[in-house]
Design a protein around this ligand. Structure first.
Ligand code: GMT
Length: 374
């Protein structure tokens, strides 16, 4: 019997799209027989089930009075190098350029020639648009991409944006995100566990960072509820949550908004939604949009970044300009007050998700890339 292919994966383990994607990929590769080694600062958020092919190595960072901020990236680089050598791993797939790609390069440089591994860096969005483009990180982000063996991005928009912004000498391959469709149940209102007294449910899911523009949701919701009996469910937590709370208070609509906090098994509550509302400033892909589509829930998003490649405007949901609250409210009312339209959009959404972002097809693309490097 041939030896399993070993692969190392490093990602941010917190509740963000890049960590979720890296975890989904790791699980899918393990199911295909790969031996997958995660090296992360803690166990990834959605890595909840045991799999015999998955190993999880967490990094511990020593604190010392001299360090104002313990150098966690150095500890991560050290750990990647140590695990690669111990398990003889020849392929490392890092998600999010900063600091993960730079750490993998350092780790590879520390290894003797016969132990060095190939690095694939997958860009997820803010690592390029916000963090990487910041002057403090620009050079290291460019260096990390140029010293990776291959670079992928999760949408065509992000690939082009990266090549342009960083004037890269190598191509950025587009490999779309995918999800495990079997996890995401079909829309079944009778099984909805959120009590809503017959009101329509508008749901938002994010980490409440400024880029998510959560106060736009509250403002649009204020207009929507003039026309539709609806409730707003906010899932997740982050720095902008209190701004949303403040705006809702000013508008006097607090009682119709519920904040659920961070929720791991999003597939349990997403099917209860009648509309998923993500008015982001930009979104390189929009994993939540895809989750909603798989649950046959229409999506309301913005036409900025890579979302246009995920949501088909007028077919699987609607896209507006960023900050156009009137248009958002109107589209939401259109969907929520027309059950036939809503059902059609939901069904088309799942169909599109299964065809365009098919898990097996996308894993095949990653596998082809791995083989081309080996
Ligand atoms: O934006 C987030 O909530 C997290 C962030 C991340 O890197 O973890 O998400 C980015 O990666 C996701 C997975 O590829 C994409 O679906 C998101 O669109 C992208 N976020 C942004 O571009 C703002």
């Amino acid at each position: 019997m041939s030896e399993p292919i070993k692969i190392g994966i490093t990602c941010h383990p917190s509740a963000g799209g890049s960590g979720i994607m890296a975890t989904e990929l790791g699980i899918a590769l393990a199911e295909r027989g790969y031996e997958v080694h995660f090296v992360t600062s803690e166990t990834p958020f959605r890595l909840t089930e045991f799999h015999k092919n998955i190993f999880c190595h967490t990094v511990s960072v020593v604190s010392y009075p001299l360090f104002r901020n313990p150098p966690a990236s150095l500890a991560l680089a050290s750990k990647i190098s140590e695990v690669a050598e111990e398990f003889d791993i020849k392929l490392w797939h890092v998600h999010y350029a900063i600091p993960n790609a730079a750490c993998a390069i350092m780790a590879r440089d520390m290894l003797p020639p016969d132990k060095k591994f190939k690095i694939i860096t997958t860009l997820h969005g803010t690592d390029i648009t916000l963090v990487g483009a910041d002057p403090s990180f620009f050079r290291i982000t460019k260096y990390a991409m140029e010293h990776s063996c291959a670079v992928t991005a999760v949408s065509q928009w992000l690939s082009e944006e990266t090549e342009r912004e960083f004037d890269l000498k190598k191509p950025v391959h587009t490999v779309y995100n995918f999800l495990d469709e079997s996890k995401f149940a079909l829309h079944s209102p009778e099984h909805c566990t959120l009590s809503h007294n017959g009101k329509k449910i508008i749901m938002h899911i994010s980490n409440f960072r400024p880029v998510k523009r959560v106060t736009d949701i509250v403002r649009a919701f204020n207009k929507i509820r003039e026309k539709v009996d609806a409730k707003l469910i906010m899932v997740g937590d982050g720095p902008e949550r209190m701004s949303a709370v403040g705006v809702a208070k000013q508008l006097g609509i607090t009682e119709d908004i519920t904040y659920l906090g961070t929720y791991q098994n999003i597939e349990h509550i997403l099917p209860c939604a009648d509309l998923v509302f993500q008015p982001s400033e930009h979104e390189s892909f929009g994993l939540t949009h895809l989750e909603a589509m798989l649950c046959e829930v229409p999506v309301l998003g913005t036409n900025s970044g890579g979302v246009k490649e995920v949501v088909d405007h007028g077919e699987t949901g609607y896209l507006t300009d960023v900050g156009d609250i009137d248009a958002m409210a109107q589209y939401a009312v259109d969907i929520l007050s027309d059950d036939t339209l809503s059902k059609q959009m939901g069904e088309k959404g799942r169909k599109r998700a299964l065809e365009q972002f098919n898990k097996e097809k996308i894993i095949d693309q990653y596998e082809a890339l791995y083989h081309s490097l080996m």
